[in-house]
Design a protein around this ligand. Structure first.
Ligand SMILES: O=P(O)(O)OC[C@H]1O[C@H](OP(=O)(O)OP(=O)(O)O)[C@H](O)[C@@H]1O
Ligand SMILES: NC(=O)CC[C@H](N)C(=O)O
Ligand code: SF4
Ligand SMILES: [Mg+2]
Length: 476
């Protein structure tokens, strides 16, 4: 079944997404459009907006970028003061229209719409159990399970959500909109971000705080791990649904995913990245390693780390690479051929800057090695005499099951090669990653999920864990 194919055959999991909700603000659909626009980096595969005019819910969704589905005319069709929206991250497979969010649940007990970011690790088990008991699913996404679970539980709506989420394991930050209420929920490990802000007399909920500026959000705060918020005309009610909670925010949110102007659980993303660059420079200084002339970052996500490296090392920060801004994120392209073409189209070396220079090249991460290999070559072709690669995160050795496409182990270069072999593959003069403890020291927090770097997953993995074990055994 496609569900399994999504996870294993294509080596893909359902990836990162952006969710946005508006409660009790005029022209909620426009506000949601602006909010989702600020979250577009989290997903470009599809988008959707559902609105409530207090009596009924209407939903419009489509494939591609937000602007491919929504324009003024379409937004005008979505009347109402409440809205929930979603941007979905591109994936091979799983791109059926039924999987696009918000997921709509229509029922005689009232309709609701769900926007989910994350990945449910026991989705297969839950779905099989529900199908055996007569549930019929429209699509293949794990997010649909959330709607089904809520629908089948008894009690008032808070109770229904509370009971439903207790069945879920994995990563979830989701928003549910009913005709006159909104709910925001975060998993008990806080793996995915979710924040709330006030707007006029209402509220907005967003995957990232960068979306609050454009809608004039104020007094923002994070939904806590294991917390369920009920938002209605009386205000916000905070309900702690999980007994055991811990904060294990995805480290990759800070390293790569989120926008630098977002703050997650009190830490600004740009600042975290800059501190990782500073730490890399400190380590080099202490080891007395590497004499270089300039520091170059790989646009976009590593520029903050490169600035940090330059500040700490005292070396000049230079614009050695230029990005064609019309090419999207390459790491999230579905096939390797597309990723390679993407990197070629996207980055060019600035010959006059790099010629004859010894370069410290800072990037935020190496996943498959596509980007690093290409840019080291680019810089050398443009006349750089040495290229020393410094990575602002640890080597990625394990797959993510929580909603980020770090793919299966066989695609992860550091799962198959040691540091020296990776260095050789990317033809760098030297290569250093930031070790897990040093990254935590740099970010000044241990409240991070680092499973893709050390294989210690903060949740049970159910069937996915069995598959991973088999994959590792087959490598031997
Ligand atoms: O080893 P790889 O498989 O090439 O993946 C790692 C690269 O992918 C990401 O950049 P991307 O181009 O996706 O986005 P960005 O412009 O936000 O840095 C990341 O920042 C690395 O540069
Ligand atoms: N992975 C995401 O964050 C998107 C949510 C969900 N897993 C989907 O497939 O649509
Ligand atoms: S495994 Fe890695 S990418 Fe996945 S949630 Fe944990 S830190 Fe993030
Ligand atoms: Mg990059």
């Amino acid at each position: 079944m496609l569900f399994e194919k999504d996870y294993f055959l294509t080596g893909k999991i359902n990836e990162e997404c952006g969710v946005f909700g508006v409660f009790n603000v005029k022209d909620a659909a426009s506000l949601t459009y602006f909010g989702l626009h600020a979250l577009q980096h989290r997903g470009q595969e599809a988008s959707g907006i559902a609105t409530s005019n207090k009596k009924e819910i209407k939903c419009i969704k489509g494939r591609g970028l937000l602007t491919e589905t929504f324009n003024n005319r379409v937004i005008k069709e979505l009347k109402g003061v409440h809205a929930v929206g979603h941007v979905r991250y591109s994936t091979a497979g799983g791109n059926e229209i039924e999987n696009i969010q918000p997921i709509m649940v229509r029922s005689h007990k009232g309709d609701f719409a769900v926007s989910h970011n994350g990945n449910i690790v026991n989705a297969k088990e839950l779905r099989e159990e529900m199908e055996n008991n007569g549930s019929i699913f429209q699509g293949t996404s794990d997010s649909e399970i959330i709607g089904h679970l809520i629908q089948r539980e008894q009690g008032d709506f808070v109770e229904k959500i509370r009971k439903a989420v207790l069945h879920l394991e994995g990563a979830f930050a989701f928003v549910v909109m009913r005709e006159n209420e909104m709910y925001a929920v975060r998993d008990h490990n806080g793996l995915r971000p979710l924040s709330v802000a006030k707007v006029d007399n209402g509220y907005v909920v967003s995957s990232e705080s960068c979306a609050f500026d454009i809608v004039n959000g104020r007094e923002e705060f994070d939904v806590l791990p294991g917390e369920l918020l009920k938002i209605d005309y009386n205000g916000i009610q905070h309900i702690q649904y999980a007994e055991k909670t811990q904060l294990k925010m995805c480290a990759m949110e800070y390293i790569y995913f989120s926008r630098p102007d977002s703050s997650i659980d009190g830490i600004n993303v740009h600042t975290a990245r800059k501190l990782s660059g500073r730490m890399l420079a400190k380590i080099d200084k202490e080891a007395g390693d590497v004499e270089a002339d300039i520091v170059v970052g790989v646009p976009d996500s590593s520029l903050s780390a490169a600035m940090g490296y330059a500040e700490e090392s005292g070396l000049p920060y230079e614009l050695g690479l230029i990005k064609n801004r019309y090419v999207g994120r390459t790491f999230i392209q579905p096939t390797q051929a597309q990723r390679e073409r993407g990197v070629r189209m996207k980055l060019s070396a600035v010959r006059d800057i790099v010629k004859g220079k010894r370069i410290i090249l800072v990037d935020d991460s190496i996943v498959r090695g596509t980007t690093s290999k290409r840019i080291v070559q680019l810089l050398k072709d443009a006349g750089a005499t040495e290229v020393h690669v410094r990575i602002g995160s640890p080597a990625i050795t394990h797959p993510c099951f929580y909603g980020v496409d770090t793919s299966s182990r066989k695609e992860l270069i550091s799962a198959r090669k040691n540091n020296e072999e990776v260095r050789d593959f990317i033809i760098a003069d030297s290569l250093k990653f930031l070790e897990v403890d040093k990254m935590m020291e740099a970010f000044e927090t241990e409240n991070l999920c680092v499973a893709c770097f050390n294989g210690v997953y903060p949740t049970d993995l159910f069937n996915l864990g069995v598959q991973l074990k088999e994959e590792i055994e087959n490598e031997r």
